[in-house]
Design a protein around this ligand. Structure first.
Ligand SMILES: [Zn+2]
Length: 468
């Protein structure tokens, strides 16, 4: 390892000292940010102010780090449900205000760079964990009209700072893959074009070179898990316009990581990725990188399911067919939180696809689940039920007429069926509820796309649905 990589690796190893402890899950809100800055003090090389207010009146902060000649602007969470980088920015602020064995590195950054940050550009969207702003506008399509306060703030900061480099920080679909591979794209990049011809001028070239640096850093931690977006020009998007306005603007998209629903590992990778980029800008090492190194990053593809059941036997009219079942699980916002909804995303020959979790079901037969009739009235009644016993019998639904709930889910491993005509069907976009049997013996019960393993009494089902 050279000196640069040793430094970055040391930052990776010491990350926990800077991780903002008040933030432990991805559903952060503006109140968390306000509290963070209430407790924070300005200093010579770290200052902050409220740059303006969102449509709903929430404060949007602008942070300035350092006093150097090279100007950088990084903004996060323009889309309210894309919070990974916001968490990492708070960690970065802790790093910049610490006093420890990284002081030399910090001081050289402060001397050469002035880094501006807008953490959580869309606080109204973040409040509901939704993409769009309070007026249901996608702010990343408001760079031309600049009508909404959040977009105006970003443009005004850009115009006053005139940054040479920009970092446009988002989250992407967790199921993107790095090219056609089983490796998911944990972090993806784009050096946005500034015209339909996708020309490469000096501004865009520098963006590509910087991405090559960040990608090289990340290969040490997530080899093969990075992707690159195709570069269609989007005239209404901020990234594309930043390049047009003269800022080398890197798009970084955080995807998924197995068993990291709250994106805490990707948060750490954002921290490391940004510091390695700042370090490279300071030392101008990105100048050694080529456009080819950028182009060699595999394109984002979509070859992943959350759960892929391979080689399931499916009997129709006495004839056996072999099918694979690809299940997607989505987080649906509800009750200031969320519930999980599992759907059969695809069905058939999925041998060219992969799953975050995969099970080879050779020798297992697909069977419909059982539904029982039971008088239950509320979630309280469900507390009395022994679910292991029900699931082991292949029962995944309770039919009842009198269940009272405004919600669409129950926090139990069973579906509540409130419609007398409802029956389970195996079909794409349908509910992912079925059984897998070896002969007459039940092996797995799948409820709402999640698994109960009968043999070892292992339940991964976090919630059922109320099917109306
Ligand atoms: Zn986004």
């Amino acid at each position: 390892m050279n000196a640069q990589s040793l430094l970055i690796n040391s930052l990776y190893e010491n990350y926990d000292s800077y991780k903002e402890k008040s933030i432990t899950d991805k559903r952060i809100t503006n109140a968390d940010i306000v509290k963070y800055f209430t407790d924070k003090k300005s200093s010579e090389n770290f200052s902050f102010e409220v740059a303006g207010k969102s449509l709903e009146g929430k404060p949007i902060y602008l942070v300035k780090v350092g006093r150097g000649a090279t100007k950088i602007l990084a903004w996060s969470q323009m889309h309210g449900d894309e919070p990974t980088a916001t968490m990492a920015l708070l960690d970065l602020f802790n790093f910049f205000t610490a006093d420890d064995h990284f002081n030399d590195f910090r001081n050289s950054l402060f001397d050469s760079l002035s880094i501006y940050f807008i953490p959580m550009l869309n606080p109204d969207g973040a409040e509901k964990f939704e993409r769009r702003n309070f007026a249901s506008i996608d702010l990343n399509r408001d760079a031309l009209r600049l009508q909404f306060p959040e977009s105006k703030i970003l443009k005004a900061v850009r115009d006053s700072v005139q940054p040479e480099f920009g970092f446009n920080l988002h989250d992407q679909d967790t199921r993107y893959t790095s090219g056609h591979s089983f490796k998911n794209a944990a972090i993806s990049f784009l050096a946005p074009p500034f015209n339909y011809a996708r020309d490469i001028n000096d501004v865009r070239k520098k963006t590509m070179q910087l991405i090559a640096v960040i990608n090289e850093t990340l290969q040490n931690y997530i080899p093969g898990h990075t992707g690159r977006y195709s570069d269609e020009f989007e005239p209404r998007a901020f990234g594309d316009n930043f390049v047009k306005w003269g800022t080398s603007s890197v798009l970084i998209e955080s995807g998924g990581w197995k068993d990291d629903e709250d994106k805490q590992y990707l948060r750490k990778l954002n921290f490391v990725a940004l510091l390695s980029a700042f370090n490279s800008i300071m030392n101008k090492t990105y100048e050694e990188k080529s456009i080819e190194e950028y182009s060699a990053i595999p394109e984002n593809e979509k070859y992943l399911f959350d759960l892929l059941l391979r080689n399931v036997e499916y009997k129709i009219n006495g004839v056996n067919y072999t099918v694979d079942i690809g299940i997607k699980t989505e987080e649906i916002p509800a009750d200031k939180g969320f519930y999980l909804k599992g759907t059969i995303d695809d069905f058939g020959d999925l041998s060219t696809y992969f799953g975050f979790e995969e099970i080879d079901c050779s020798g297992l037969t697909l069977a419909p689940p059982e539904i029982i009739e039971k008088e239950i009235y509320s979630e309280k009644d469900l507390q009395e039920i022994n679910f292991s016993e029900l699931l082991a019998k292949g029962i995944t639904g309770i039919r009842t007429e009198n269940f009272e709930s405004e919600k669409s889910f129950v926090k139990f491993p069973i579906n509540i069926i409130a419609n007398e005509k409802f029956s389970y069907k195996i079909k794409t976009d349908g509910n992912a509820d079925f059984l897998l049997k070896k002969g007459d013996d039940l092996k797995y019960a799948i409820v709402n796309g999640q698994i109960y393993d009968v043999n070892i009494n292992f339940n991964k089902i976090k919630n059922g649905l109320i099917l109306k």
